[in-house]
Design a protein around this ligand. Structure first.
Ligand code: SAH
Ligand code: SF4
Ligand code: F3S
Length: 472
């Protein structure tokens, strides 16, 4: 393998021997894989690489885990609930494996990077055959071969969960889930250590892809007809740390916008502590950049933000929002909120409610605090009962429902540009797509519009979408 800085080229010759082995084992029959990713878009993007590797090795795909020769669950560790769901689904596979003992069950992703979880699987889930962490995705061909060959010699399981320095592997084949929308990671890992968050522990230190690699991938995607491309990173605003050539996130966007073609660029996630005026000006100047900023605030209380280790206060957050609204009149914001951080008082929670009313988000992703092993917040006193937190949570949802309804209401009579994706839920004769703010818009039209941008005047707001008619 050749290395350039923090990245290496994936050695695709490894796939040849894997393909031969699969062919020998399955003969004329195409083995089926079921790959499911939990968690964030970064994980979904990893899942597309896992599927890409498997496709190159000769696997076909099925949506039904019960019919699969190989099931891979790509896991998420962000909240306890995510973990419980995974264990439930793994438990269900026990029966499928009883019916088909040759089935391979693989678990990978963030949960597997937690030593206690890997240990639990080793001990209590003997029917799980293959376990690999976030640093070992590129080893899938060898690991799967080792398992399949080892089975013939009585060796049953393969674990590859060592924590390693993040190295970016370029050129891993990708089997994308859509043909219009694509995820493009621009960086991996996280250095921010928010006190509640497990991501830095399971994803390792932050590393940025070389600008040339990102640009090449986007050029190819645009050439293949992709029109809605989302750049991914836990904090895209700190892109570029450690690169040989100086290139910050705004520079990268500027270069991406030079790629010819009619396409949209989105990005997530923007950390408020690192967002710059330069970035906001760049969004304002480029039509290809969607006027939408996902800017998770987490809390509207300065004391809680300090405890969360977020490195900004409410005043700074609101000043970013103000600056963006001045420069980009059409800008919209979405956010993540944590309710019930350890020690949060009701009055402090109300400050979050207040902030939501001030910013007027399009939508929110809201979570009740979940203690994560190994994080600082998991050790903090947490006296507020779960029932009380649920009540606050309900209150927050209601406030956002009202704010959202108002925001959508303001769009009636306006025209929006929409990328047509497929049939709409409004009824027969309706197509659907999203606008630059990621809002679902249904409009009268037919399937010939799929993959095209259309201009729609919004007539009304339904619970599932904005509904309108084409004016282009
Ligand atoms: N890197 C992104 C967030 C990634 S995780 C950022 O900094 O904004 C997505 C969201 O999950 C977070 O924004 C936070 O709101 C939520 N989250 C993370 N850890 C959590 C925990 N322990 N309990 C509840 N919510 C959590
Ligand atoms: Fe977690 Fe904070 Fe990193 Fe986001 S920035 S992934 S919340 S540690
Ligand atoms: Fe979950 Fe890992 Fe993403 S913990 S949110 S899948 S980085």
């Amino acid at each position: 393998m050749t290395g350039t800085g923090g990245s290496q080229q994936f050695d695709s010759r490894l796939l040849d021997s894997a393909r031969q082995l699969i062919q020998r084992l399955f003969g004329d029959r195409i083995p089926l894989a079921h790959v499911h990713s939990y968690g964030c878009q970064g994980n979904v993007s990893d899942g597309e690489k896992i599927s890409g590797l498997l496709a190159q090795m000769g696997y076909g795909f099925t949506a039904d885990p019960g019919r699969a020769d190989l099931v891979i669950y790509n896991t998420c560790a962000i909240r306890e609930h995510a973990e419980e769901k995974l264990f439930g689904n793994v438990g269900a596979l026990k029966h499928a494996k009883r019916r088909n003992p040759d089935m391979v069950i693989g678990l990978c992703g963030c949960m597997m990077q937690q030593p206690a979880v890997a240990e639990k699987i080793k001990k209590s889930y003997p029917y799980v055959d293959l376990v690999f962490g976030t640093h070992a995705l590129q080893n899938l061909p060898q690991n799967l071969c080792e398992l399949l060959q080892g089975r013939q010699q009585g060796k049953k399981r393969v674990f590859d969960t060592d924590e390693q320095k993040n190295i970016i592997y370029e050129g891993i084949p990708t089997r994308r889930e859509g043909s219009l929308k694509a995820w493009v990671p621009i960086m991996y890992g996280c250095d921010n250590f928010c006190s509640y968050c497990v991501v830095p522990l399971v994803r390792g230190r932050e590393v940025s892809r070389q600008p040339a690699d990102v640009l090449r991938e986007i050029e190819q995607l645009v050439g293949q007809g992709y029109r809605d491309i989302t750049l991914l990173g836990q904090n895209v605003n700190s892109y570029g740390k450690g690169l040989a050539e100086p290139c910050d996130f705004a520079d990268l966007l500027q270069r991406i916008c030079q790629i010819p073609g009619d396409f949209w660029i989105r990005f997530m996630t923007s950390h408020p502590k690192d967002i710059t005026h330069k970035l906001i000006d760049t969004i304002a100047q480029n039509d290809k950049l969607c006027n939408h900023i996902h800017l998770p605030v987490q809390s509207g209380c300065d004391r809680v933000l300090r405890e969360m280790n977020r490195h900004y206060d409410v005043e700074k957050y609101l000043s970013i929002v103000d600056y963006a609204r001045q420069k980009i009149p059409a800008v919209s914001f979405t956010s993540d909120i944590i309710v019930g951080f350890p020690g949060e008082q009701y009055e402090e929670f109300l400050q979050t409610v207040d902030l939501i009313k001030k910013v007027r988000y399009d939508s929110l992703f809201t979570f009740i605090f979940s203690p994560r092993p190994g994080t600082r917040a998991a050790k903090m006193e947490d006296p507020v009962p779960a029932k009380e937190k649920s009540r606050w949570f309900g209150q927050l949802l209601e406030v956002q429902r009202q704010v959202g309804r108002q925001r959508y209401g303001e769009l009636v009579g306006q025209t929006v540009r929409v990328l047509c994706e497929g049939p709409g839920k409004t009824g027969p004769g309706y197509m659907s797509g999203r606008d630059e703010h990621n809002m679902v818009v249904d409009f009268i039209g037919d399937s010939t519009l799929c993959g095209h941008f259309v201009t729609v005047e919004v007539d009304r707001v339904a619970s599932w979408a904005l509904v309108g008619h084409r004016v282009d």
